[in-house]
Design a protein around this ligand. Structure first.
Ligand SMILES: [Zn+2]
Ligand SMILES: [Zn+2]
Length: 103
């Protein structure tokens, strides 16, 4: 978490810089921040599936951590290297919140 050097408000990343939510001050992102946000983006892309794709997915009884709905689509996806086991992803049938199962 970065804080504005001027007003000490929380700064949010935007187009490669950090922007103060209160006063609009912009500072350059540190290298580490950029790497983190890129990793997050990749994780997000992997969990995104088209609605048409979701329609053909099996559903299971699983409680949505977001809205409490008890039915979710699920599918398996392998992450990164081949030595990692497949990860089960869920998508709430009601609010479309998508999450992965941690073991
Ligand atoms: Zn500020
Ligand atoms: Zn939900």
């Amino acid at each position: 978490m970065e804080f504005c050097p001027d007003c000490k408000s929380i700064m949010v990343p935007s187009e490669g810089v950090l922007v103060c939510r209160r006063c609009g001050k912009k500072v350059e992102m540190k290298k580490s921040d950029i790497i983190v946000s890129k990793t997050e983006q990749r994780e997000r892309t992997m969990t995104v599936i088209e609605d048409s794709e979701a329609a053909g997915l099996p559903t299971t009884k699983y409680k949505c951590p977001e809205c409490g709905n008890d039915t979710a689509y699920w599918w398996l996806r392998q992450l990164r290297s081949a030595d990692e086991s497949e990860v089960r992803f869920f998508r709430c049938t009601k609010c479309n919140f998508t999450w992965r199962e941690y073991d």
